[in-house]
Design a protein around this ligand. Structure first.
Ligand code: NAP
Length: 338
């Protein structure tokens, strides 16, 4: 059986380039007892791939998760025709050992989502969904009436965090990189939005958007923007440090100069905590988050958008585009173009 995969040829230095990847064909081995053959239907492109690829030793298959269909099986847990979600890399088809224990980046049967699209298992009802659900609710502990700021607000995680905050009765301010994204956030119920790329005075804009100060900050971006937001935190504010995408694409040796944050953390008595979503990768906890997100979506409390790129061969393009802000909501690749 023939398959295709993307090989990462070298470590990224600065922005990833299409030439850092190579599309290759491979011949898959016959299935052994306990294995199944999976065909990718949707593949995820995520910011973590940029920093985590540093741990790879190129040339090697690029990392990533996908939703796939079982084409052939010698494994009872994964029957032919069933769907799976898991970290099978940038591959069109894979031979998978069915007994891999469930893990965020392992392979598991697709959760029952009550009629929602399968691709949601890569976004709102998967890793980004649980990042928003647990990373926001457990670390920020938002209370009704509090003000929540979200950066990267129009992305996969940020758009969910803002809507969860609305479910909890908070005032929500979102930062995003285009006016169109800001307009979309308003349709999701965000109370105020700021285009961080064009806003001439972030401090003044945030003061207007959050007149009572900021109680919770869900930080997806780090760097200078986070420095400005920290200044307007209220006493005993909580910051959930989810990501720092503003520095992922620096060239080796490049430095961003931001203030030392300890003084603000000290005098405002902030609680600042970083997390990696695998913290909640216990089967019952993971499914609880997935099912809560799915229920909110089915009830219309949370709206979901995907930016879908069609064609497996466009994986690098979709990945680079996502890092550059071309996506609204979750960026996914549909393996077969229509
Ligand atoms: N801790 C965890 O376990 C965990 C899990 C998942 C994701 N994350 C982190 O969460 C963040 C969001 O991830 P996601 O999957 O939801 O991706 P995403 O927001 O859907 O896509 C990335 C977005 O980042 C924004 N961006 C790019 N460069 C930026 C910059 N210099 N400053 C501000 N924004 C920038 C772009 O939107 P604009 O047009 O608005 O610039 C882009 O659309 C990332 O930092 C990611 O690493 C962490």
């Amino acid at each position: 059986m023939k398959a295709e995969k993307f090989t990462l040829l070298r470590h990224f230095d600065g922005w990833p380039q299409p030439s850092d990847f190579q599309l290759e064909s491979e011949e898959l081995a016959e299935l052994q007892e306990g294995e199944f053959l999976c065909e990718a239907e949707y593949l995820s492109v995520d910011p973590y791939m940029r920093p985590y690829s540093r741990n790879l030793q190129p040339p090697t298959t690029m990392i990533g998760s996908q939703v796939g269909r079982v084409l052939e099986s010698r494994c009872e847990r994964f029957p032919v025709g069933s769907r799976v979600v898991g970290a099978l890399g940038w591959r069109s088809r894979s031979v998978v050992k069915g007994d891999t224990p469930p893990a965020v980046f392992g392979v598991r049967p697709l959760p029952e989502l009550g009629g929602l699209p399968d691709s949601y298992a890569l976004g709102s009802c998967g890793m980004p969904g649980n990042t928003a659900y647990y990373g926001f609710l457990e670390l920020c502990q938002p209370k009704e009436g509090e003000t929540v700021v979200v950066t990267g607000a129009a992305g996969a995680v940020g758009s969910l965090v803002g809507q969860i905050a609305k479910v909890k009765g908070c005032r929500v301010v979102g930062f995003a990189g285009t006016d169109a994204k800001c307009d979309w956030l308003k349709t999701l119920g965000f109370d105020a939005t700021i285009n961080y790329k064009t806003c001439p005075d972030i401090d003044a804009a945030l003061k207007t958007a959050a007149p009572d100060g900021v109680d919770c900050y869900f930080d997806n971006v780090g760097g200078m923007l986070s420095q400005r937001i920290r200044q307007q935190m209220n006493l005993f504010g909580r910051i959930s440090v989810c990501g720092c995408i503003s520095s992922y694409n620096e060239k080796t040796g490049e430095e961003v100069k931001v203030e030392v944050p300890e003084k603000t953390i000290l005098f405002k008595q902030l609680r600042v905590e970083g997390f990696i979503v695998s913290r909640w990768d216990k089967e019952d906890l993971w499914q609880k988050g997935v099912q809560q997100m799915a229920a909110w979506i089915r009830d219309g409390k949370i709206k979901v958008q995907e930016t879908v790129t069609e064609g497996f061969e466009k994986m690098p393009q979709a990945f680079i585009g996502m890092l550059q802000g071309e996506n609204t909501g979750k960026a996914v690749v549909k393996a077969a173009a229509e």
